[in-house]
Design a protein around this ligand. Structure first.
Ligand code: ZN
Length: 352
């Protein structure tokens, strides 16, 4: 959900764009392929503060991107084939695997026709709590609350917290402050009850964002029946696993697989960690995903795939197709692999 060093990336993307070194860089750093990460694909995202606008791209951009990737010689493969290719470790034809987190309805309605046109498989990672509506799309609820209120008071362990939401700029700041508070300062399990209280006081419907934008189980089944779609697991309640006890983290991973199997009839082989950044996925989570039997698990760490990932199948990095940079040049630069070490303190083999 949160992006890595955006400033660094912007600098790199703008710099590398003009170098003309892309083919050279790609042969040095490009690896064997890449997993792309999408969230929403829609021409009409909900109007909000725009904090999460990086999570949405348009179907037109997806179409242009896939056309561009094909012209560069990339082959589109499923996560099953991605796993096979990593294990085989061949460096021939490079591949792209598309993935989408959270199972937004627009994946089915707006993205799938584009994917059909390009015969590009996609893996959609379903979080059963989100899909059933038991778990709120909390970051959207937070934006709605901040949009609705001029000021917010919270009782915290440190005392009373006042958040000014009176102007557009303040709302932006307030959203960031509260986002940090809700992800870092309180227990994962306490976030939803607290936000539901805040929503009630603000006259905001906490279930509306999920209801409006996420697939139902019927739609997940419909998506899963499509030959281009693989349904993966995204944990039950979309918690930051690293902040949970051993037992709860294990349960989150295992139960999601079981529920998806019951709902769709197919046991998911692939998993995406919620949030997926360093503070949300570590060695313990990787070991749990492997023990739960997932053939692959993806993070949101930035990077291309190398043959060495065969020893790290439950810690695969991705490249975010980011709504803020809907430019083919940016995607090309990232796929050269040059941004992989730049985003990872010099490392080219990115795991957790
Ligand atoms: Zn997610």
């Amino acid at each position: 959900m949160i992006d890595w060093g955006e400033v660094v990336r912007r600098l790199v993307l703008n710099g590398a764009r003009y170098t003309g070194l892309a083919p050279l860089l790609r042969s040095r750093y490009g690896g064997i392929g890449a997993i792309l990460m999408l969230h929403r694909v829609t021409a009409a995202p909900r109007k909000r503060l725009g904090i999460n606008r990086h999570l949405a791209i348009t179907p037109e951009f997806l179409d242009a991107l896939l056309t561009d990737l094909r012209s560069m010689g990339y082959r589109f493969v499923s996560m099953d084939e991605t796993a096979d290719r990593i294990v085989a470790g061949k460096c021939g034809e490079r591949f792209i695997s598309l993935t989408a987190d959270d199972a937004y309805r627009d994946n089915l309605i707006e993205a799938l026709p584009v994917l059909e046109k390009h015969e590009a498989p996609i893996t959609i990672y379903v979080s059963p709590g989100l899909t059933s509506g038991d778990v709120d799309l909390w970051w959207d609820v937070l934006e709605d609350v901040v949009t609705a209120r001029d000021e917010i008071y919270l009782t915290t362990a440190q005392g009373r917290m006042y958040v000014d939401c009176s102007t557009a700029a303040r709302k932006d700041e307030a959203n960031r402050t509260l986002h940090n508070y809700l992800t870092e300062e309180i227990r994962e399990e306490d976030r939803q009850p607290l936000l539901r209280d805040m929503a009630r006081l603000a006259g905001v419907d906490h279930s509306q964002p999920g209801r409006e934008t996420l697939m139902t189980w019927d739609e997940v089944r419909q998506a899963g029946a499509h030959p281009l779609v693989t349904i993966g697991a995204h944990t039950t309640c979309h918690y930051n696993l690293r902040r949970l006890s051993d037992q709860n983290a294990w349960q989150e991973i295992v139960d999601a697989g079981r529920i998806i199997e019951v709902e769709t009839g197919v046991k998911p082989q692939h998993m995406a960690y919620p949030y997926g950044y360093e503070r949300a996925v570590g060695d313990r989570e990787v070991a749990l995903a492997a023990a739960a039997g997932f053939r692959t698990a993806v993070t949101t760490r930035h990077g291309v795939l190398l043959p060495e990932h065969a020893a790290h199948m439950q810690a695969l990095p991705r490249i975010s197709v980011n709504g803020r940079y809907q430019r083919l040049a940016h995607m090309r630069t990232m796929l050269t692999g040059i941004t992989t070490p730049l985003a990872n303190r010099g490392k080219t083999l990115v795991t957790t």
